[in-house]
Write a protein that binds this ligand. Structure first.
Ligand SMILES: Nc1ncnc2c1ncn2[C@@H]1O[C@H](COP(=O)(O)OP(=O)(O)OP(=O)(O)O)[C@@H](O)[C@H]1O
Length: 686
């Protein structure tokens, strides 16, 4: 058989778009015998190093044969190091040898499943043809974690063996019956790079190249960089750095920052770190990278697990990823997903580090509205009428919309700047679960190192109480700076809520009164007192969130804060000249009230205001609305209890009404709306 024998066309089932852009010719035909013992069955594809064939040995063993291009020099010294690597997440290299024509061949394990390139292209096609626009542009989270966990485990094993892959890209990651396998490792080291003419034919390769490769640096950081690019691509369906020409792509790798706005946490932080231009700023190793992604970071091979329940698409935080149907039967999920961190819990804990929550909520509402608009099954004519009506309504209402929007902007811009500055100062990793808690949370763990050093993907059998306690630990482990940053965020959020409250209450309350500063004063006073009450509670709550706590101590602390709030309310009331002699209630006889607490007219003195709120805050369990692990984000029951409780306290230490009740209810609403919250279903899905 001659090495330059027949050619054959690419099989129809081959779907790599990079490769199919031109007709593919193979040197060997089906049934050719190569290396004296392998019968070629078909050509699989042609890459930068040469042609790949599917072949069987005389005994019937299926292998993939890579025929290295003639003009590439193969350095066999050191290859044995690669040949003897064994790991479930690595495509096994059986041999590297030469045939009678001195042609170099790599004999390796044949992987029947698709590679990640094909999976992502298929996903992009489905998303494109999805007229309802419900499919995500990238992969589903279960798929992302499956590929990322498997690829990382393979790469970690290479690194631990002292090897750098150098050519990590989706085409080199395979799915073998639910097990991700990394292929092509080590080859680029042993095949002279200077002659790799084929590489320039496929610009796909440059998309995953770390900037320092241009300087001839090939540390293990280049593999982490490539994994970061792949993670980005899986999540968004797009490349972080793309361009028309290889030069353009390379320049972007060297100078551009990736746009991470569409990437949800915790992946945003991982990608941010992996795509650092300076290799020393990337994660130290695969383990650190995985811990940033809240995935198990040991090197045990990552097996697959059959998922029977509907796999959840991305956290609703990011509507780009939401979907109601699944792309594949999606039979597998990496063992990494078995970590409780894989659920929403850690994502919610991390949410404060990532995108600004108000902007995210607004953006989500817009994308929801856009999705609703697209899904609207109605004639274009009706759509046009609807659109014109909406614009007309907006224009007619500009007289109040513009002031409201400017006011929102007035609060929002300084808030955004302060939050940004505070977060910049804080260590971004402090928002990620610490390695200790990921260890702790991985206590699905008695199973973790089972037979044959393979970790079966067993779902952790943790009770809700255990998960809560681990989340508490995770909350208490956070740095003071990160808590302060979160407090600042909550404070600013509550300020915006207070602004909206003030606006609404004054618009409603002053319908029939002329607008004067005196008439507005009580509303400003109430909004300020509510905001101060909530802000203080949010701050105190930062000390409480790490434990379920001792009720009595917490009541005393809240009561003290209640007394302070009463004093502040009193001082502010005087400062704003709020008429305090009204509204004690017809049933209360002002003359019978103690003179040390009230004026003769019934106006409460500072002591009455302090006593009222101290008593109220001692009565209510004020640590509940600030607890990130509370059952629901906004409990109307808690609001009702606060209002009724205030009425009860008012019978003992009266204050002007309905201001008192509004303040009590307002503080509870605002606190709940502004305090961080871990979704209950994030806990129950664990
Ligand atoms: N062990 C294998 N089993 C099955 N298919 C394989 C195997 N190795 C490679 N292939 C397939 O063969 C084709 C060519 O692979 P090859 O690795 O030569 O090219 P590439 O990855 O596109 O580029 P390069 O090798 O330059 O990085 C690809 O479609 C790849 O999925």
């Amino acid at each position: 058989m001659s090495a330059l024998a027949d050619t054959m066309e690419l099989p129809a089932d081959y779907s790599n778009p990079l490769a199919t852009s031109r007709p593919m010719k193979f040197t060997h035909s089906p049934n050719d015998l190569v290396l004296d013992r392998y019968t070629i069955r078909r050509g699989i594809g042609v890459g930068g190093f040469g042609e790949v064939y599917f072949a069987v040995s005389q005994a019937g063993k299926e292998v993939a044969l890579k025929r290295i291009q003639r003009n590439l020099e193969v350095e066999l010294r050191g290859v044995s190091h690669c040949l003897n690597l064994k790991h479930l997440n690595l495509v096994s290299l059986h041999d590297v040898c030469r045939d009678a024509d001195d042609q170099a061949w790599v004999v390796m394990e044949y992987v029947a499943g698709p590679n990640l390139r094909e999976v992502m292209d298929e996903a992009a096609k489905s998303a494109e043809s999805d007229s309802r626009n419900v499919l995500p542009s990238g992969l589903f989270e279960s798929q992302v974690r499956h590929w990322f966990a498997g690829a990382s485990a393979g790469v970690a094993h290479l690194h631990s063996a002292g090897l750098v892959h150098r050519d990590i890209k989706p085409g080199n990651l395979f799915d073998d019956n639910g097990i991700v396998k990394v292929g092509d490792y080590g080859l680029s080291k042993f095949i002279s790079a200077s002659h790799r003419s084929g590489h320039t034919e496929s610009i796909g390769t440059f998309h995953y190249m770390a900037p320092e490769i241009g300087r001839g640096q090939y540390g293990r950081e280049i593999d982490l960089y490539a994994l970061g690019v792949i993670l980005f691509e899986m999540l968004t369906g797009e490349l972080p750095f793309d361009g028309e020409t290889p030069q353009e792509i390379i320049v972007k790798h060297l100078t551009d920052s990736p746009d991470l706005s569409r990437v949800p946490n915790p992946y945003r932080n991982v990608i941010h770190r992996c795509l650092q231009k300076d290799p020393s700023k990337r994660p130290r190793d695969v383990a650190e990278m995985l811990s940033l992604a809240s995935m198990p970071s040991d090197q045990t091979p990552v097996l697959a697990e059959v998922v029977t329940s509907e796999s959840k698409p991305f956290d609703s935080d990011s509507s780009r990823f939401q979907s109601k149907k699944r792309r594949h039967a999606d039979p597998v999920i990496a063992a990494g997903l078995a970590s409780p961190h894989a659920g929403g819990a850690s994502m919610v804990l991390n949410s404060s580090a990532g995108e600004e929550p108000i902007a995210r909520a607004v953006r989500n509402s817009f994308s929801d509205a856009r999705a609703w608009w697209r899904a609207l099954e109605t004639s274009p004519g009706i759509k046009l009428v609807l659109a014109v009506s909406a614009v007309a309504i907006l224009l007619i209402n500009t007289h109040w919309l513009l002031p409201v929007l400017s006011m929102v902007g007035f609060f929002y811009v300084p808030y955004y700047v302060i939050r940004h500055v505070v977060l910049q100062l804080s260590d971004p990793t402090s928002y990620s679960p610490t390695s200790t808690d990921s260890q702790g949370l991985r206590q699905g763990g008695p199973h973790a190192h089972a037979v044959a050093n393979v970790r079966p993907a067993v779902k952790p059998t943790m009770t809700k109480a255990q998960v809560r306690s681990l989340l508490r630990t995770s909350l208490s482990d956070r740095t003071r700076l990160s808590r302060s940053a979160e407090w600042a965020t909550s404070g600013m959020t509550s300020m915006i809520v207070a602004g909206v409250l003030l606006l609404l209450s004054s618009v409603i309350g002053m319908r029939s009164t002329p607008f004067t500063p005196m008439a507005l004063a009580p509303y400003v006073w109430m909004a300020l007192v509510i905001w101060l009450g909530a802000f203080g509670l949010l701050g105190i709550g930062k000390f409480w969130e790490g434990s379920d706590g001792e009720g009595l101590v917490r009541r005393l602390v809240s009561s003290s804060w209640g007394a302070c709030l009463g004093l502040l309310a009193f001082v502010l009331g005087h400062f704003l000249m709020v008429p305090m002699d009204e509204g004690l209630g017809r049933d209360i006889d002002a003359t019978a009230l103690p003179v040390s607490f009230y004026l003769e007219s019934g106006v409460p003195k500072a002591a009455a205001m302090m006593g009222h709120f101290a008593l109220l805050f001692a009565l209510l369990r004020m640590w509940k609305p600030v607890d990130p692990l509370r059952r629901v984000r906004l409990s109307l029951w808690a609001v009702t209890v606060a209002v009724v409780g205030e009425w009860v306290v008012h019978q003992i230490v009266p204050v002007p009404q309905p201001a008192g009740m509004l303040i009590a209810g307002g503080v509870i609403v605002m606190t709940q709306l502004s305090a961080p919250w871990v979704k209950a279903d994030a806990i129950s899905t664990v």
